[in-house]
Design a protein around this ligand. Structure first.
Ligand SMILES: [Zn+2]
Length: 234
């Protein structure tokens, strides 16, 4: 059994948004996965009100949780994480049942893959991975099953736009967003925050490239910049 965790982010004490009396205290909840039959525990950050027990997750905690969840991929090998399968399905506007039909699986197969109750067998894993890498595969499978892909048209247009604006530009956007923060690096704490921001950002770029359009990527870059600035200002 292995546990993936890094030190807790320690935000300033915040007043509970539910009761407006108690203070939020950093807490953890665990998500357990079983890739290759191993037990893998990911400790996720949240905050719990000492007064009323309400739970609230800040955006910094949410980003850190995404990073921790993505980090478990190192122990998956070619196995797909539930989020990767979910991202493919959402990208093309497919319901779990429709996705199961496209891949020739039983009705609840995708629901089980996404929650990682079970993992797809080897040949299905390869097919889904291929569909993630080469959407034409998904289109071919859907055609074979007589299924229309809801967002096929939209995603083809995105592909064209991304080709015009090469991926270098996406990285440039990420870089300039990070550079924007560099003037804050004078103090040690700020340097650390900027470091965290860069790490979060690079994992975002990978996730974003798979699911979002270029405009959405730019918005995300600006959001991330604002989050980092708020963190630095506090
Ligand atoms: Zn409360």
């Amino acid at each position: 059994m292995s546990t993936l965790a890094t030190p807790s982010l320690a935000p300033k004490a915040r007043v509970c948004p539910s009761c407006r009396t108690g203070q939020l205290q950093v807490s953890h909840r665990e998500r357990v996965f079983h890739p290759h039959g191993e037990t893998l525990v990911v400790a996720l950050l949240t905050s719990v009100c000492a007064h009323c027990g309400a739970e609230a997750t800040s955006s910094a905690q949410h980003d850190e949780n995404l990073r921790r969840l993505a980090a478990r991929k190192g122990q998956y090998g070619s196995l797909l994480m539930g989020e990767e399968i979910l991202a493919l399905r959402r990208r093309f506007g497919l319901t779990q049942q429709v996705a199961s039909r496209i891949f020739g699986k039983g009705k609840i197969a995708f629901s089980r893959y996404e929650s990682e109750t079970t993992y797809p067998d080897e040949s299905t894993t390869r097919l889904i991975s291929m569909a993630i890498e080469k959407p034409d595969t998904l289109k071919w499978l859907a055609d074979q099953a007589g299924i229309e892909i809801a967002l096929w048209g939209e995603r083809c247009e995105d592909e064209q736009r991304v080709k015009v604006c090469s991926i270098t530009k996406v990285y440039d956007a990420a870089q300039s967003s990070t550079k924007h923060q560099e003037r804050y690096t004078a103090s040690g704490t700020a340097a650390k925050l900027v470091g965290n921001f860069s790490k979060i950002w690079s994992s975002h770029v990978v996730a974003i490239r798979q699911t979002l359009t270029l405009t959405e990527i730019r918005n995300e870059a600006s959001n991330q910049g604002q989050i980092a600035q708020q963190a630095l200002a506090s």
